[in-house]
Design a protein around this ligand. Structure first.
Ligand SMILES: C[S@@+](CC[C@H](N)C(=O)[O-])C[C@H]1O[C@@H](n2cnc3c(N)ncnc32)[C@H](O)[C@@H]1O
Length: 285
């Protein structure tokens, strides 16, 4: 049971912090702060998803509050999403086998399902940071007893000292701008097969993600996935003042490349995803 006042407080929690520092650690040097503020009581109709042409209309299931009032479940989902995302003590502190991993555990669960189901010949991720995700992917390949030549390729503008300590036989790290022709050429030299699974998690500006989508889509096998991470930013529903980012890049991409479709069923059962509306499946050559 959620009381009206508590929910209003929940909605009002805002981290006055530099989330960009976590999204693009090399692009930002100032330190985050955390503050609480009270916001107005949420509206009681299900909020739409601005800029999301294909998205769900909102979970309209009502949740009892007090008396005969009810609050649409989507309001609560977005409020929790915002609270969890803004907290400096939640996902930002996550590690995988000791390596920081900037992921929501719900999304790690989805990656695990995809890897087990698709058995990709490689997983290519742009944006390595401290290496937790690429190590996680490499261990998943081990756990499914993947072919010995199945690899994880991590690409980062500047490989961090921590990432450089990673030792895993399936892991290959490439340093460079993910959209430079020289970087793409180096990636091609290490890929065990032409196509596998791709995750984009580097610079989150719309322009950069759009360019990555253009360049990396050909690395995605049919029935496999092109995961555009952090589609939740720029108000979808978190980090409202980021500016056009992954979500907007995906919208434009799907309008011109019909070989890819959103797989919203994948994440909607978990109610939210940091990459919601960004789990793209390749359905045609
Ligand atoms: C959000 S972090 C990656 C987090 C990591 N994937 C994880 O799950 O823990 C973004 C990373 O992208 C890198 N990056 C930023 N711009 C880039 C670019 N143009 N090309 C390649 N990497 C870039 C940054 O250096 C940073 O390490």
């Amino acid at each position: 049971m959620i009381e009206n006042g508590n929910l209003a407080t929940l909605r009002g929690v805002r981290a006055v912090c530099c989330t960009r520092r976590f999204l693009e650690p090399h692009a930002c040097t100032w330190r985050p702060r955390f503050a609480l503020a009270h916001a107005p009581r949420p509206e009681t109709s299900a909020p739409g998803r601005p800029g999301c042409s294909e998205g769900r209309s909102g979970n309209t299931k009502g949740v009892g509050v007090s008396g005969n009032q009810s609050i649409p479940a989507q309001v609560i989902i977005d409020a929790f999403h915002q609270l969890y995302y803004d907290s400096l003590d939640s996902w930002r502190q996550n590690t995988y086998l000791g390596y920081p991993i900037l992921q929501c555990p719900l999304d790690m669960q989805l990656y695990q399902e995809l890897v087990a189901r698709l058995r990709p010949s490689f997983i290519l991720q742009t944006g390595v940071f401290a290496g937790g995700s690429v190590l996680y992917f490499a261990c998943l390949l081990d756990l499914i007893d993947a072919e010995p030549d199945a690899l994880v390729i991590g690409v980062d503008l500047h490989l961090s000292p921590q990432a450089k300590t990673l030792r895993h036989p399936r892991l290959r790290l490439v340093e460079g701008n993910s959209t430079d022709a020289a970087t793409i050429d180096r990636i091609k030299t290490v890929l065990p097969r032409p196509q596998g699974m791709v995750s984009l998690d580097s610079n989150h500006s719309r322009g950069h993600v759009a360019e990555e989508l253009r360049l990396y889509r050909e690395f995605v096998a049919i029935d496999s996935y092109l995961v555009v991470e952090d589609t939740n930013i720029n108000g979808h529903p978190v980090f409202s003042d980021f500016g056009p980012g992954p979500h907007e890049a995906v919208e434009a991409f799907l309008r011109v490349d019909r070989r890819f479709v959103r797989d919203n069923d994948l994440w909607e059962r978990n109610l939210f995803s940091f990459h919601q509306y960004g789990w793209l499946k390749r359905v045609a050559e």
